[in-house]
Design a protein around this ligand. Structure first.
Ligand code: CS2
Length: 487
């Protein structure tokens, strides 16, 4: 555990203020900054307004870091809201405990099988579902899935869900609702499919029970939450006089849309009163998900690769560069908005304008490098669906194809000036050697497009020449000139 370098050693640690703690009703898998700055706050607000036992037990699947940072401060932390015109601080007290799955998987299963737990929320990131992003099916060759299918104590998120549901069924309890909060298309349906694939492989009767009793509402989640840096911890401690080793920083905006489909056995107690605190409870979230994944995450990833290659550190820096501002506005207007139908009553042009304002918030230092992570898991739902739908309608997508070419240069591991890039991606090694296997840009592009986990073969064929052309001009002319030429 790290005490921040520049701070006095005797700073008092943040402490829990409210001694009346409700019981836990939720287990959260994958306790990163995003959920602590988003779902945890909504749930705390809903419980404060309408009651219910909705304390949260957080689970870190791999590293003990979050537990080690939060345990000495009673599992409370500060949420620092950063607006363009100032900030507000809030102490979040809804966490009851943090468990570390790699250290004690039994304790995690026990928590998930507790009768008080009615919901398991997840933010395990795209790669945490151990699926094939192009097909949406469970990846049975994934080492963690292979392990989990043969052992009772799991490593993976799908493994924990199924083994915990198995314990509940064996104990005669209803299942919990599985509420995924990751940026995946039709995320609830996706997780349901993965859980059922897994359950069928271990016990077909269990799969039938989950199919009948289980609930997996899809959700759309939205709040920009950059990773907390050591200097953020220091600045907060200087401001408050208390040491919080795990604060979260977030923008003011938030939106959570959830399909109101929770396990029926709990009646009115199936979920916190989320509608009271601005969560939109709907019948079908698909249109919202498309909008958010394509409009926000699609442009985020495009700006991340292109911005990084142009030397921009954050999204705010990137869109402050007028060439990029013009690029992203044209991308929304010409390629993204025409590709899907808006949710009822939503004006997509206004939504795009609001996104631009959010990206421009100078207080949010969201690194292009952070968003560039795990591109192999993100491109299909963020960019490739838009591309496919446009091509089917006979529309060209030069801006998205340029973003894909930028991703290809990025995953080669060397930037346009020849400097190394620290590429974080589960397929990083494979992508780098595929890129290196080609002698010409054309061969490199073809090699990368052959990764079927990312690109459907038909789409790969349709975009190959355009992406190759974009790749060549990016290398020859540099990012800014290419974006200017896109007009
Ligand atoms: C970002 C998202 O890191 C990323 O890939 O695009 O985390 C984004 O900030 C959130 O989805 C906003 O809701």
């Amino acid at each position: 555990m790290s005490m921040e370098a520049g701070l006095p050693a005797d700073l008092p640690r943040l402490k829990r203020q409210n001694p009346n703690m409700s019981k836990a009703g939720i287990v959260h898998l994958g306790l990163g900054a995003f959920f602590r700055a988003f779902g945890a706050i909504y749930i705390e607000e809903a419980e404060a307004l309408s009651g219910g036992d909705w304390g949260i037990i957080g689970v870190s699947l791999q590293s003990p870091r979050m537990r080690d940072q939060l345990a000495p401060q009673d599992f409370v932390y500060t949420a620092q809201e950063l607006g363009p015109e100032g900030e507000t601080l809030r102490q979040v007290e809804i966490l009851r405990d943090v468990l570390v799955a790699r250290e004690d998987p039994s304790a995690v299963l026990e928590a998930m099988a507790n009768p008080d737990i009615r919901i398991v929320t997840l933010t395990v990131t795209e790669k945490g579902y151990c699926h094939d992003p192009a097909s949406g099916r469970l990846n049975l060759d994934h080492p963690d899935i292979r392990h989990d299918l043969s052992e009772d104590l799991p490593l993976s998120a799908p493994g924990f869900l199924v083994r915990a549901l198995q314990r509940r069924r064996d104990a005669g309890l209803p299942p919990f609702t599985v509420l995924t909060c990751d940026n995946l298309p039709e995320n609830g349906r996706l997780v349901r499919g993965l859980v059922l694939d897994f359950a069928r492989a271990v016990d077909p009767a269990l799969a039938e029970w989950i199919e009948a009793e289980g609930r997996f509402p899809s959700t759309m989640v939205d709040r920009i939450v950059p990773a907390t840096k050591p200097e953020d911890v220091e600045a907060l401690a200087e401001k408050t006089g208390n040491l919080d080793e795990a604060p979260v920083l977030h923008e003011p905006f938030r939106q959570w849309v959830i399909e109101d489909d929770f396990v029926t056995a709990y009646g009115d107690n199936a979920r916190p009163d989320l509608g009271k605190v601005g969560v939109e409870l709907v019948k079908d979230v698909t249109a919202y998900e498309h909008m958010k994944l394509r409009m926000l995450n699609g442009t985020h990833s495009s700006l991340a690769y292109l911005g990084y290659l142009a030397g921009h550190e954050t999204i705010a820096d990137t869109v402050a560069d007028s060439v990029f501002a013009d690029y992203v506005k044209a991308l929304w207007k010409r390629e993204i908005i025409p590709s899907f139908s808006a949710p009822d009553g939503v004006d997509l042009n206004a939504y795009a304008d609001a996104l631009f304002q959010r990206y421009s918030n100078p207080a949010i230092r969201h690194r292009t490098w952070q968003i560039a992570m795990d591109g192999s898991q993100k491109l299909p739902q963020r960019i490739l669906g838009t591309l496919r739908d446009n091509l089917a309608a006979g529309r060209h997508c030069p801006s998205l194809e340029t973003a894909i070419a930028a991703w290809m240069i990025y995953v080669s591991g060397t930037d346009l000036a020849g400097a190394p890039i620290d590429v974080r991606d589960p397929l990083a090694d494979e992508l780098r050697s595929l890129s290196a296997s080609g002698a010409t840009p054309g061969e490199k592009v073809a090699a990368l497009l052959s990764v079927e986990q990312i690109f459907e073969p038909e789409l790969a064929k349709a975009i190959r020449l355009d992406v190759e052309a974009a790749y060549i001009v990016l290398q020859a002319d540099g990012v800014r000139t290419v974006l200017e030429d896109l007009g």
